[in-house]
Write a protein that binds this ligand. Structure first.
Ligand code: XMP
Length: 177
């Protein structure tokens, strides 16, 4: 697996340090509340597990299955909600966690849907944000790292379901894609 990696962009220790700071920021913004956290699957599961264990509070953690990449290296432009039922978030302040903000379509669709379902406020956090023009008007409230507009894997992010268990963020060699 490691032989397919072209370059390590963000090392594990660097991610860990940044998560400490993000967790502090989030704790500060949600004082005393039982937060509802919605983790977008599959890509955000590693990021969420590591971030949320740094928040020593009562949390309600839910997951939402959404897909926009369908296995390749380009967004399909369409966001599919794969769950039949959404968590009950009426009147709640919600934090949505995703792995990466790319075109912005996923976060836009999820935030709109949660507001439609009655959330009173939706905050968003991503580990990575690609440095590019967004297709949708949306921004993340908490961003781990800004990266260039390139396809990355590791730390939950995949190519065809693989590489999610790399402990760092990296790029793949051309011959692996
Ligand atoms: P949008 O375009 O909706 O993208 O902001 C968000 C979703 O697209 C996937 N994505 C990636 N997955 N490497 C990946 O493994 C990437 O470089 C990448 N860019 C976007 C990801 O699922 C994310 O939730």
């Amino acid at each position: 697996m490691e032989a397919d990696v072209e370059q390590v962009l963000i090392a594990e220790a660097v991610i860990e340090k940044r998560l400490d700071a993000m967790a502090l920021e989030i704790r500060h913004d949600f004082p005393g509340e039982v937060m509802v956290v919605i983790v977008l699957l599959k890509g955000a599961f590693v990021f969420a597990a590591d971030l949320l264990r740094r928040i020593p509070r009562m949390l309600e953690i839910e997951c939402l299955n959404v897909a926009s990449y369908h296995g390749g290296t380009e967004s399909s432009g369409k966001v599919d909600f794969l769950d039949r039922k959404l968590p009950d978030i009426k009147g709640r302040k919600v934090l949505v966690l995703d792995d990466i903000l790319d075109t912005g379509r996923t976060l836009r669709a999820v935030v709109d849907r949660l507001l439609e379902e009655g959330a009173c406020e939706v905050k968003t956090g991503v580990l990575l944000k690609k440095d590019k023009e967004l297709a949708e008007q949306v921004d993340a409230d908490y961003v781990g790292f800004a990266i260039g507009d390139e396809f990355v894997v590791g730390y939950g992010l995949d190519y065809k379901g693989r590489y999610r268990n790399l402990p760092y963020i990296g790029t793949l060699k051309k011959e692996a894609i």
